[in-house]
Write a protein that binds this ligand. Structure first.
Ligand code: ZN
Length: 325
């Protein structure tokens, strides 16, 4: 589906498969599975690479520190002549001026000239990194699991990027419950934990991010929605559909990494050089694919009721309530 740029249908040559949605929806699992398809390179959450990788030198998915990982060193060299040439402060200032959730209504329409210039400079960083990832990995499709809808809007304005957004949704109650749990981050050398949100905040974010990604689809960017529950429940079928959407051939043995382990479905995953993400990015070898349903028994009833009420319109639209889920 070509997008239009200055009135002309254009499809860029730089293919980026962007995973959008709210965190704790299973995007790391999805990214790892997509990264096994021929021609795809899983890069992790590129949005966090600038601070957590370049500045804080957190660990890559391969287990090495960012600056010691030869893949990312080569990417930095190809993109900027070395990461030391990236002015992260300048990048952060540009990001603050364009890539924010509250700018999405603006990003969905014609931009003021000044903001357009900032957006071009900001997204130049991403275009350089994506090109370098494709070049260094030798795989033409880069998977970015940054998730934020605002970044997807920014990238959608670049004519050279063939942006395909996979909108991953998960039951809002499961997501909100997950945001309340404490999860250790093995990414940094010092003890750290993933951010937590109270259910009310998670529900608000769930509405905002999901609503924004639906808007992006209506603005002409190819967006395909997939439910986490369908991914883990029928992984082969879902991966076939996603592979087709992403232009990643998954027929003829392309899904041979999926199999069974007793009664469970599983995947054999290779090491991936992911810049940031859920701790699952460090797993390799045989990984069980099983839906996380703890929220059904562990979530306090009052939280469940609040989140259901707050997210009811989209929860119903996605088929989680009111009809067979
Ligand atoms: Zn690495």
């Amino acid at each position: 589906m070509p997008r239009r740029w200055a009135g002309v249908a254009v499809r860029g040559d730089l293919r980026v498969i962007y995973l959008g949605g709210l965190g704790r929806s299973g995007s790391t699992l999805l990214e790892r599975l997509l990264g096994e398809l021929p021609g795809a390179c899983a890069a992790g959450e590129v949005v966090h690479m600038w601070q957590r990788g370049i500045v804080e030198n957190e660990r890559c998915g391969c287990g090495r520190e960012f600056r010691s990982c030869s893949f990312w060193s080569q990417v930095g060299m190809a993109a900027f002549g070395g990461w030391e040439n990236v002015q992260v402060d300048r990048f952060a200032a540009l990001r603050a001026s364009v890539d924010r959730t509250r700018f999405i209504p603006l990003l969905a329409g014609p931009l003021p000239a000044r903001m357009r210039r900032s957006l071009e400079k900001y997204t130049d960083y991403y275009v350089r990194v994506y090109r370098a990832i494709a070049e260094v990995s030798g795989r033409p499709a880069v998977i970015d699991s940054s998730k934020h809808a605002s970044l997807a809007f920014c990238l959608s304005r670049r004519p050279e990027v063939d942006l395909r957004v996979i909108h991953l949704v998960r039951d809002s109650r499961a997501v909100a419950y997950s945001w309340t749990t404490t999860v250790a981050r093995p990414d940094a050398s010092a003890e750290s934990y993933m951010t937590t949100y109270r259910p009310l905040r998670a529900a608000g974010q769930w509405n905002t991010q999901n609503g924004a990604l639906q808007l992006l689809g209506r603005r002409g960017t190819p967006v395909l929605r997939v439910r986490y529950e369908d991914l883990v429940g029928s992984v082969e079928q879902t991966m076939l559909t996603l592979g087709q959407f992403a232009g990643l051939p998954s027929g003829d043995g392309g899904l041979a990494f999926l199999g069974s382990d007793g009664d469970s479905r599983c995947a054999v995953l290779h090491e991936a050089h992911t810049a940031s993400g859920n701790p699952m990015r460090f797993s390799s070898g045989t990984v069980t694919i099983r839906g996380d349903e703890r929220w059904r028994t562990a979530m306090p009833y009052s939280d469940r009721r609040t989140v259901t009420a707050m997210t009811l319109p989209l929860l119903s639209h996605y088929g989680y309530v009111g009809r067979a889920a």
